[in-house]
Design a protein around this ligand. Structure first.
Ligand SMILES: [Zn+2]
Length: 442
């Protein structure tokens, strides 16, 4: 509105000026050599104005002609860019639909149009992955390392490639580089930690966990259990007994439910004559997670005690979890060793209601045999053949069962993946719902 008013004002002034000029008397005479021009002032001014406008127009046209090549080039570049991105998009669609050849040809077209290798290399990597052309995948990933933006992505791919072909040193090298580039990235920490564990670089793994936990990059509970597992492995590898003991104790402090930590600490404390402390550690571990190894360690602390005394000692160990099946089995086993048949059967009786486990059946057979009931013992041994298994160390990742705990799954190499659980849970639950066998309850 204001601009319109200003424009209107200027127009009014111009009209007033023109009217004033037209009203002025007099003329202009120009004499130049043989040429003479006679005219009035308004006509001359009008002529000068018209000449100025024509000159400005001519200059504008000349300037446009001068800039035309660069405008055309820009338009061409823009068109190529659009076509390049179209090729890239179609390439991604080709990858998604599993057409590697089409993806590769579109990647090449996109690269020719865009001249941006990092972007198109991603597509070439995916096309090569579709073809399972691993050397080509690695070649493209190595090329992506040259650009800082794509280097972390390339390292991630290279770690996976090297791990898949079992070249752990190469994978570890890539993981170290990835962690240097992205020390705050969860994937870089996970990759490096996993490879340090797989290659048994326990000290470095422990230091990495510490750093990551302090920065809040690993969840607190996960970090706690992982540190305990690493400490157990460090303790097992330790050359000096005192150092090993302190590492086992630290591991037990961090994870009382990790039986191997408590068992290691108890063994070392026992060797150093600190039986009382060893017992307290095993009792704490039992209350966190009962495990038969803890009972064995507890009994081994005082090997010269008679079997009846050992039963009394075990009652103290399991005091915090008296109804846990492991507590009943441990007491039954100790009572059996002390030839206390009645109490041994008494401990097992609550476990016989559902499908008793292999261990319970074998213990019942041993009790029957101890009591001189050979036929009943045989029946229990028969029943043991079909009994559900007892808990073992079971890998959460691959399902492999192991008798001993290790920080690494012996099959899949998963770290801290072993849990004390019943294998083939589905099988055992089937067994527990099966019709009761024709065996009378002893
Ligand atoms: Zn596993």
């Amino acid at each position: 509105m204001i601009r319109f008013l200003v424009y209107l004002g200027l127009l009014g002034l111009a009209v007033a000026g023109a009217v004033w000029l037209a009203d002025q008397p007099g003329g202009v005479v120009v004499d130049w050599q043989d040429w003479r021009l006679e005219t009035s002032v308004p006509v001359l001014l009008g002529g000068v104005l018209a000449f100025g406008v024509l000159l400005a127009l001519a200059l504008g046209v000349l300037r446009f002609l001068g800039r035309a090549p660069s405008i055309l080039a820009r338009a061409r570049r823009e068109r190529r860019r659009v076509m390049g991105y179209q090729a890239l998009t179609r390439g991604l669609v080709a990858v998604a639909s599993g057409d590697a050849a089409e993806a590769r040809s579109l990647a090449k077209r996109a690269e020719a149009l865009l001249g941006d290798p990092p972007l198109t290399r991603l597509l070439l990597v995916q096309a090569a992955q579709l073809d399972r052309d691993l050397p080509e995948v690695e070649r493209q990933l190595e090329a992506m390392l040259e650009t800082s933006e794509t280097a972390p992505l390339a390292l991630r791919g290279l770690i996976r490639q090297a791990s898949e072909r079992g070249d752990l040193p190469a994978a570890l090298g890539h993981a170290r580089r990835a962690y240097e580039l992205r020390p705050g990235a969860e994937w870089a920490i996970e990759a490096l930690f996993g490879l340090l564990a797989k290659t048994a670089n326990w000290s470095e793994a422990h230091a990495l966990l510490d750093r990551a936990a302090k920065r809040g990059l690993v969840e607190r509970e996960t970090a706690r259990h992982r540190r305990a597992a690493v400490l157990v492995e460090l303790a097992r590898a330790s050359a000096t007994a005192d150092h090993a003991r302190s590492l086992f104790e630290k591991a037990h402090e961090l994870a009382p439910d990790l039986a191997p930590a408590a068992m290691g600490a108890a063994r070392k404390l026992g060797e150093a004559g600190k039986t009382g402390k060893a017992e307290r550690i095993l009792e704490r571990a039992w209350s966190a997670m009962p495990h038969p190894g803890l009972a064995k360690s507890y009994l081994a602390l005082k090997p010269d005690q008679d079997n009846v005394r050992q039963v009394l000692r075990l009652e103290k160990l399991v005091a915090a979890r008296p109804d846990h099946p492991e507590s009943r089995l441990a007491l039954a086993e100790a009572s059996l060793a002390a030839r206390l048949w009645g109490p041994a059967r008494g401990h097992l009786t609550p476990l016989l209601e559902d499908a008793p486990s292999l261990r319970a059946c074998r213990l019942m057979a041993a009790i029957a045999e101890g009591e001189g009931q050979a036929e009943r013992a045989r029946q229990w041994l028969d029943r043991a053949l079909a009994a559900p298994p007892d808990p073992v160390w079971l890998c959460r990742a691959c399902g492999t069962a192991s008798l001993d705990w290790q920080a690494l799954c012996p099959r899949c190499g998963g770290f801290d993946s072993l849990v004390y659980d019943v294998p083939f849970r589905a099988l055992s639950s089937l067994a527990s719902t099966a019709p009761p066998e024709a065996l009378p309850a002893p």
